[in-house]
Ligand binder design. Structure first.
Ligand code: GBH
Length: 490
């Protein structure tokens, strides 16, 4: 199955911006210094068997100490923005404001100052998965008292860093938090309650996002004049057979269960998609339960949630083909009655879940435009891992260049041919880093990091040079002297 169209030459709109990204636990290391409390990834990694090779983020890229080097790499790339996340347990070691730790603020203030001194604009993610362990001990995201604790944390970050930072993301990929963390248990905190806690986690996170957005809106926006939103991850779900209505309906259900789960409340009407609510309710009844396994919002909560966005943050990596399937047992995955298939002709990457399917990004961008009100879209992550056996292999990452060229060209098509309002693109990631349950085995970086060397030296890959040129060109100017036939469809 292929939906590839011809390569499009051309440049991006003048005010389009280019960024790269990381997250705190994946790069910082320094897990037990300067008053930082434990978080759930510290705990999870320190239990043998949870992470590939028993790798941990104890040192990672040592970016807590080496951020000046990281900034030099960004300077060389020519990005105008850098997206990074804050480690909550550095600010509130036990998760609550009573434990406020000034050293945590000082660290991020130094990072922000260094970025700004280099003319790089910071974009801060408040929550990229490293929950303070003390809050997990209370039940984590299944305990609604986290709404207040997250708001206290967000409030203090806006107060302390807001005068210098005007781009904020509340949560990175709540889907992954709730499915891998509370559903299948492949991520910290490792809970396997795929038909219940998964839904409760999402419920708490959506309300936490909304409350923090309103705090910014009412307390800080007038003086700080920044923008705040959430970043949602979505694959593109293509009907296996586009002329089979059952496949089309299954693909739509899969989109609603994945992206709509969070985007529908925030961007549409304060509530989950109808098709999702109905499916979980009906299955809960069929099981003989007296209520849906998916919690519901009150009318007041819907009003509070609806419209809590200043842009649409989107992470995207890959695509699947979707067919219907029967429901077998209770889980978020089974509730949607959709089966994922990967076309064997799609190129592999270094991650088994990630097939290279550039055209899916263009379709996803149109879906966002059509379903969520033509928002300004910030692509907050896109990238690929490449299998390599030696450092030399890793540096010669032609497959990553092909990936970026193909996917970024689909962004250009979305803007120029489909009138989608994409305003920024972020490459994941600046550095090879701690790839969660896969440890250091999967490398997504534009820069190679030697994790065997205590100095954690960084080396630019070929893809870094490619991205640098692409940023300089602001896209894909036609250098063929007018003959556009040189482009090949990817
Ligand atoms: C992003 O998630 C994360 O934001 C980022 O931290 C991470 O480094 C990057 O991806 C690369 O993985 O284990 O087979 O069940 C992207 C969405 C969803 C991709 C969960 C990996 C795990 C599939 N992720 N998925 S599996």
């Amino acid at each position: 199955k292929g939906q590839a169209t011809e390569f499009l030459f051309g440049t991006f709109p003048d005010n389009f911006w280019w960024s790269t990204a990381t997250s705190s636990y994946q790069i910082e290391g320094a897990w037990n210094v300067s008053g930082k409390g434990l978080n759930i990834w510290d705990t999870y990694c320190h239990v043998g068997g949870n992470v590939n090779n028993n790798d941990t983020g104890d040192v990672a890229c040592d970016s807590y100490n080496k951020y000046d080097e990281d900034i030099k790499l960004m300077k060389e790339l020519g990005v105008s923005h850098y997206r990074f996340s804050i480690s909550w347990a550095r600010i509130f070691p036990d998760g609550t404001k009573a434990s406020y730790n000034q050293a945590g603020i000082d660290h991020y203030e130094k990072l922000v100052d260094a970025l700004k001194a280099n003319d790089i604009i910071p974009m801060i993610t408040l929550y990229h998965w490293d929950l303070p362990q003390a809050l997990q001990d209370m039940g984590g995201w299944t305990n609604e008292s986290l709404i207040g604790h997250f708001n206290d944390y967000a409030d203090v970050m806006f107060e302390k860093l807001g005068p210098k930072v005007d781009l904020w993301l509340t949560f990175n990929e709540p889907f992954v938090v709730c499915w891998l963390g509370y559903g299948v248990g492949a991520h910290a905190p490792g809970i396997k309650e795929a038909g219940t806690s998964t839904y409760e986690c999402a419920h708490t996170i959506i309300k936490s996002h909304a409350k923090a957005w309103h705090t910014y809106d009412t307390k800080y926006r007038a003086t700080q004049k920044g923008k705040i939103g959430i970043t949602l991850d979505s694959d593109w779900k293509e009907a296996f057979n586009a002329s089979n209505p059952d496949d089309v309906a299954a693909a739509d259900r899969a989109m609603q269960f994945k992206l709509g789960w969070f985007a529908h409340p925030i961007f549409v009407n304060g509530d989950y998609p109808e098709v999702m609510k109905a499916a979980v309710y009906n299955k809960s009844m069929a099981q003989g339960l007296d209520a849906s396994r998916q919690p519901s919002f009150t009318e007041a909560e819907k009003q509070e949630i609806k419209g809590t966005h200043d842009f649409f943050g989107l992470n995207h990596y890959t695509t699947q083909l979707i067919e219907p399937r029967d429901w077998e047992f209770e889980s978020w995955e089974q509730d949607q009655e959709a089966k994922e298939i990967r076309d064997p002709s799609w190129p592999d990457s270094g991650s088994d879940w990630l097939k290279v399917v550039p055209w899916g990004l263009r379709k996803l961008l149109s879906f966002v435009k059509d379903n969520y009100g033509n928002q300004e879209i910030i692509i907050t992550e896109n990238g690929v891992s490449i299998q390599s056996n030696t450092k030399e292999d890793a540096l010669n990452d032609q497959a990553r260049i092909d990936y970026y060229r193909g996917y970024i060209n689909e962004v250009l098509k979305a803007i120029r041919l489909d009138n989608v309002n994409v305003i920024a693109y972020t490459a994941w990631s600046l550095l090879d880093n701690f790839e969660w349950s896969r440890g250091y085995a999967e490398r997504f970086g534009l820069h190679y990091v030697d994790f065997d060397d205590p100095a954690r030296p960084r080396t630019a890959k070929e893809s870094a040079k490619y991205i640098k040129q692409l940023i300089k060109d602001h896209g894909f100017p036609d250098t063929s002297g007018g003959s556009k036939k040189q482009g090949s469809a990817i």
